[in-house]
Design a protein around this ligand. Structure first.
Ligand code: SF4
Ligand code: SF4
Length: 386
């Protein structure tokens, strides 16, 4: 997609400002505006900057690019902008403007490293970790060469949240899912979110070829970002998919609904659930993780004030974690303060990237909460198979 494709609609933003609030206007819900407190850091401001760029009324500068890059792509603005047929595209427009920033040589330095590391044949991931071809895991879990499912681990689970990855692997084994792993490269989410898209299609094609080589018809992901990329962005890039993509919460829910598994032990905790933006607002998956939670015996789920469409972002997305690390954890701190007010002692999410940033805030600010992924709770329970 190109910015010009939005030339007929971008002027529809008249900076009413609804996009930076929650539905009930009780609080700001755009992390960027709340931090910088200057209109140009809200979506309305960004739309006007982009409009001015498209009409050659202003020139590219690093300051302008930095404003475009200080957005977590959380999608709250898409929920709260009142203009249908325009609001769906707000984050797309910001991401496409970032592509233009890259083309004009204004991608911020820290975000550039995401691309450099991902293209480096020693890494193939944005963390700069030596690439795991996942052969050792395949041996450890006795996984076949061909299977019905591929577990697409994702870089954050594979290199930063191994507990979450291992919990997922154990769960898949315990439930007798016929699955395998591939030598995966980054799903490309960090590149798309930061406008560094030149090599994206090639990387997507590599991953889909690896998946097809296993003859799998289904892919399950741990990560909200991988899930959105595989479900939405692969199609946008005309990748011939022909595989169904699940988030782990969808798979667990399906197994529960079909009666293939039942929980055989209690989880005596009071928890609250944090909606990952790329699972919730970007894909509408609000109720499925909650349905799974509500089927866990003895768990008490207390909702935070801002939940579902109104959830406060964890602050890590859109390249903000690498570009603005201090601001990113401050956004998570606000989320944990909200979590504390529910009386929960555990914050549950369904994304390793949310878990990373929430954990960082928990440690940095001594918040004394437990941060965990839903699949780790499921893995800790006794399972009864049909
Ligand atoms: S993006 Fe939508 S809600 Fe935000 S200022 Fe523009 S028109 Fe108003
Ligand atoms: S995507 Fe989120 S951070 Fe970015 S402008 Fe919209 S509400 Fe603000």
């Amino acid at each position: 997609m190109k910015l010009e494709e939005f030339s007929d609609i971008i002027h529809r933003c008249f900076r009413c400002g609804y996009c930076k609030f929650t539905y009930d206007y009780a609080d700001f819900n755009c992390p960027s505006y709340k931090n910088f407190r200057f209109e140009t850091f809200s979506t309305g401001g960004r739309m006007w900057l982009i409009y001015a760029l498209m009409n050659n009324e202003i020139n590219w500068s690093q300051r302008l690019a930095n404003i475009l890059y200080s957005c977590t792509t959380c999608g709250n603005c898409m929920e709260n902008c009142r203009f249908d047929k325009f609001n769906d595209f707000l984050v797309d427009i910001i991401e496409i403007a970032r592509i233009e920033a890259v083309k004009n040589g204004f991608c911020p330095e820290k975000q550039k490293s995401l691309l450099e590391r991902t293209l480096n044949p020693e890494f193939y991931n944005p963390y700069g970790e030596l690439n795991s071809d996942n052969q050792l895991l395949k041996e450890q879990y006795a996984l076949p060469e061909t299977a019905e499912w591929v577990y697409f681990i994702g870089c954050t689970s594979n290199y930063r949240q191994k507990d979450l990855r291992d919990a997922t692997l154990r769960f898949l084994k315990k439930t007798n899912i016929n699955f395998t792993l591939i030598d995966e490269h980054c799903c490309t989410s960090p590149l798309i979110r930061t406008g560094q898209t030149e090599s994206v299609k090639e990387i997507m094609e590599y991953n889909i070829d690896q998946i097809k080589a296993t003859r799998a018809q289904k892919v399950v992901t741990s990560c909200a970002g991988c899930c959105r990329t595989l479900k939405v962005d692969f199609q946008k890039h005309d990748i011939d998919m022909d595989v169904e993509v699940y988030h782990t919460s969808e798979l667990v829910n399906e197994l529960l609904e079909k009666g293939k598994i039942k929980f055989g032990s209690n989880f005596n905790k009071t928890i609250t659930y944090h909606d990952p933006c790329h699972l919730g607002r970007h894909m509408g998956l609000y109720e499925i993780p909650r349905e799974v939670i509500n089927k866990i015996p003895c768990v008490e789920l207390n909702e935070m004030k801002r939940n579902r469409e109104n959830s406060w972002c964890c602050g890590a997305g859109g390249g903000v974690k690498i570009g603005y690390p201090d601001w990113a954890v401050n956004v998570s701190k606000e989320r944990l303060e909200e979590a504390k007010k529910t009386g929960a002692d555990m914050v549950v999410s369904t994304c390793p990237f949310c878990k990373t940033n929430l954990k960082d805030a928990n440690e940095n600010f001594d918040m004394d909460l437990e941060i965990i992924d839903l699949i780790e709770i499921i893995d800790s329970l006794e399972l009864k198979l049909d």
